[in-house]
Design a protein around this ligand. Structure first.
Ligand code: DGL
Length: 279
């Protein structure tokens, strides 16, 4: 077993790149008193079309890095990693690495609320190819709400559009409309659309423009935050192991200058970033 520090530490938030910043933002709105470490594997993003095994290996390395940096609790602020790596890490790796540490994902908290939001009982999921192919949303939602029909559509071009700072261009309109038309054609009864990729809230103005007005759009940040708050209520032992000075530190596997520049699209604030290597 690895000898990680027993001292309380920050909460780790991981994403393949910048998308997890929308989750971190949601969590910090509700739980500003905690300390956070954000890690973006920008050098190897996007994860969306990578194989199960590669996403698992990369995510496992990131989790181990966040444990090394003192985190007792890590949130996978990435649907692709939550879909493809979370279960294996929880079941196979944590018992060996440190059975007292925890890794949580973003799909379960979204699945938990969705049955309360849909009236028509028809839900759409827009996500990366990896998340859609894993069927994680369908499985998690139908485990809890077996009367809900789930239709998923991959949007492979949305993450590159966002990461290349093209989210408010006419090109983005074209690609957003195309996928929304497709999902509404597949199931016209959909009344609730999940943005099942943590990058997608950056496209919110375009998505709102092209989605029929009676449909509610669900971004995950606030639901993940509420679920984390509830987790701490149920696990005061873990709460005691998370430090609370209201700080955030950012780490990237890419060039910190590049991260700083692009992170501005997501955070609208200047951040300090350090480089880390994962392996
Ligand atoms: N933000 C990640 C997610 O929520 C996907 C981005 C990527 O393809 O790496 O799925």
């Amino acid at each position: 077993m690895t000898a990680y520090s027993k001292q309380p530490g920050p909460i780790g938030v991981f994403d393949s790149g910048y998308g997890g910043l929308t989750i971190l933002h949601g969590i910090r709105q509700l739980l500003p008193e905690y300390d956070y470490l954000y890690l973006g594997d920008n050098a190897r993003a996007p994860y969306g079309s990578r194989s199960f095994d590669v996403v698992y290996q990369f995510t496992r390395q990131a989790v181990m890095k966040l444990f090394d940096l003192g985190c007792h609790l890590v949130i996978l602020g990435c649907n692709t990693a939550s879909a493809k790596a979370l279960r294996t890490i929880q079941q196979n790796d944590l018992p060996k690495l440190d059975p007292d540490r925890r890794v949580l994902g973003v799909i379960r908290p979204t699945a938990e609320v969705i049955g309360k939001l849909t009236q028509s009982r028809h839900v759409g999921v827009l996500a990366t190819e990896g998340t859609i192919k894993s069927h994680s949303y369908k499985l998690e939602i139908q485990k809890l709400w077996d009367d809900v029909t789930v239709t998923g559509i991959p949007c492979p071009l949305w993450v590159p559009i966002i990461e290349n700072n093209e989210a408010d261009t006419p090109g983005a309109d074209y690609f957003v409309k195309k996928r929304i038309d497709l999902i509404m054609e597949r199931d016209p009864l959909i009344d609730t659309l999940i943005l099942g990729c943590t990058h997608y809230p950056i496209l919110m103005p375009k998505i709102q423009k092209h989605v029929p007005k009676n449909i509610q759009i669900v971004a995950q940040g606030e639901y993940v935050a509420e679920s984390l708050k509830d987790y701490f209520r149920r696990h005061p032992d873990m709460d005691a192991r998370c430090t609370k000075h209201g700080s955030v530190k950012y780490f990237t596997t890419e060039n910190p200058e590049k991260f700083k520049e692009t992170a501005r699209i997501f955070l609208h604030e200047q951040v300090d970033v350090e480089h880390v290597d994962l392996e």
